[in-house]
Design a protein around this ligand. Structure first.
Ligand SMILES: [Zn+2]
Ligand SMILES: [Zn+2]
Ligand SMILES: [Zn+2]
Length: 254
């Protein structure tokens, strides 16, 4: 399985517009973060995109990615969905509807905000055509690939993490229910939300993410949805070696 981190930033992106802090003015390319998203090429040849943020088109072009068979949505927030219009490129490649998955609230929000993408009119190339399937905690298949949804809390809404084989991607969460933790055993790689060092009402902090790593014992862990308060190298030195700050373009072979 191959995983590419397309984006690793919190909703503002890094650098933050107008900010002159050490991270935002850093020349280290790992401190240039676009909005959080990942692409997975599973062992049986399925290509899955997790979220379609505002920079999705640029992220896919940057990484030379040409295939997406399905999109897994973590939740409806704009930093995870605003690139939806550019999914029409994959309708063109697939020759029809693009299957997408997410929880019920995400489906309602997407249908309200992007009604044209759900119109069901014959596809002529101008707009995306989304087929949305609601998932809860039951595993489902994309092609031959089994995907396990991971229900999570994200402040006062729900969000969904996803596990594919030994890889789990849990962005935008402030807490993992115990039933979900049972689905996160024996992981090769665990990706966790970690906004900043200090607590936050809707995201894990670095200490909370590290405590989860200690509890779940994945072989490797990566922090994503990272704000500009976390400079890449100095943060890495404090949290290693099992856990690393992810960066845009980081690729895992699992
Ligand atoms: Zn987010
Ligand atoms: Zn900054
Ligand atoms: Zn969010």
């Amino acid at each position: 399985m191959k995983v590419v981190f397309l984006g690793t930033s919190t909703s503002y992106g890094v650098p933050v517009i107008g900010c002159r802090c050490p991270t935002c003015t850093s020349t280290d390319p790992r401190n240039k973060r676009t909005r959080a998203s990942a692409w997975v090429h599973s062992d049986d040849g399925t290509h899955v995109l997790i979220d379609s943020g505002p920079e999705m088109r640029l992220q896919l072009l940057r990484e030379g990615i040409t295939q997406v068979d399905s999109v897994l949505y973590t939740h409806h927030h704009a930093d995870h969905t605003a690139g939806i219009d550019d999914l029409k490129a994959f309708n063109a490649r697939l020759g029809g509807i693009l299957p997408c998955f997410g929880d019920a609230d995400t489906g309602v929000s997407l249908r309200q905000r992007f009604a044209y993408a759900f119109a069901g009119t014959p596809w002529v190339g101008l707009i995306p055509h989304i087929g949305f399937t609601i998932v809860d905690a039951q595993p489902f298949y994309v092609g031959k690939t089994c995907v396990q949804p991971i229900p999570m809390r994200h402040g006062n809404i729900r969000s969904t993490g996803y596990r594919i084989g030994g890889f789990a991607y849990l962005t935008d969460t402030s807490g993992i229910p115990s039933g979900s933790k049972a689905l996160l055993q024996d992981l090769d790689a665990l990706v966790l939300d970690a906004l900043r060092w200090e607590p936050h009402p809707t995201h894990l902090s670095v200490p909370e993410a590290l405590a989860l790593v200690d509890e779940l014992q994945p072989r490797k862990a990566f922090l994503t949805h990272v704000s500009h308060t976390l400079e890449h190298e100095t943060t890495n030195q404090k949290i290693g070696p099992r856990t690393e700050v992810a960066y845009d373009g980081l690729t895992l072979e699992l």
